[in-house]
Design a protein around this ligand. Structure first.
Ligand code: PEP
Length: 259
């Protein structure tokens, strides 16, 4: 059985004060959702303050990025050691904004994957294709290639701790969502790829989130797809009411025991 995981990526938004207020309100609003994982990703400046607020709630927290070295002359970077020190549970790696805007390569993402797992943090590894790649029929090749490179030398035990997020670039922050069927098809392809890289048992345990303009009005149909185990939410995670509605998605007849 794969436990659903709904995560909110706040990106470069919210001051410390706003982050703390948000985390407090969210913890109170969602204190009755025990059978799922809820994770928020505040900006670095607010992480420590948010850690203290969510400590006694069922909200987990994570970092939106990190460097792969534990310490040293890397001006401006934040290390896995520093994140582990404040109790970070998850770290988002390979987000398309970092790949595209900050030039992060699959080789760097792979080093970060290993570093996060070494420090006992769970990566949420983002993969996904651009619109031109989809139009040329190359979406699966692109995602396959990212998975092979980003997961290089990651063991089976580490793989089951990793969450994957399928985030087609053309759906991020655009209001366009992949159709539930197309998203499910790509998730099934991702799971097949994990079978080919590891084995069936490992693949059946890995959770695959969908990300790209997830909102309260489309979460139910997305989560009803058999291969979709959660959502990585950007814009709609910045408001307590809309994020809480997403977390409280309507479970379909397909129980999570079947997933
Ligand atoms: C994201 O940043 O991971 C994301 C999916 O953003 P949005 O929900 O705003 O499309």
């Amino acid at each position: 059985m794969r436990k659903p995981i709904i995560a909110g990526n706040w990106k470069m938004n919210k001051t410390i004060k706003k982050s703390v207020e948000f985390a407090r309100e969210l913890g109170e609003t969602l204190n009755d959702c025990p059978d799922m994982e809820i994770v928020i990703f505040p900006p670095f400046t607010a992480l420590y303050a948010v850690a203290n607020v969510v400590r006694d709630t069922n909200i987990l927290f994570g970092a939106q990025n990190m460097y792969f070295e534990p310490a040293g002359a890397y001006t401006g970077e934040v290390s896995p050691l520093m994140l582990a020190d404040i109790g970070v549970h998850y770290v988002i790696l390979g987000h398309s904004e970092r790949r595209e805007i900050l030039g992060e390569t699959d080789e760097i993402i792979n080093l970060k994957m290993k570093a996060a797992l070494n420090y006992r943090m769970k990566p949420i590894l983002c993969v996904g294709e651009k619109i031109e790649e989809r139009e040329k029929g190359k979406a699966e090749d692109v995602v396959h290639n990212q998975l092979v490179k980003d997961l290089h030398d990651i063991s089976k035990d580490e793989m089951v701790k990793t969450v994957l997020a399928y985030e087609p670039l053309w759906a991020i922050g655009t209001g366009k969502t992949a159709s539930p069927e197309d998203a499910n098809k790509m998730h099934a392809f991702i799971r097949e790829t994990i079978i080919s890289l590891y084995d069936k048992r490992t693949a059946s345990k890995v959770r695959i989130q969908y990300g790209g303009s997830v909102r309260p009005d489309n979460i139910d149909i997305l989560m009803a797809q058999p291969e979709i185990d959660g959502a990585l939410v950007g814009g709609a995670s910045l408001d307590v009411e809309s994020f809480a509605k997403i977390v409280r998605f309507k479970r379909s007849v397909l129980s999570f025991d079947d997933k």
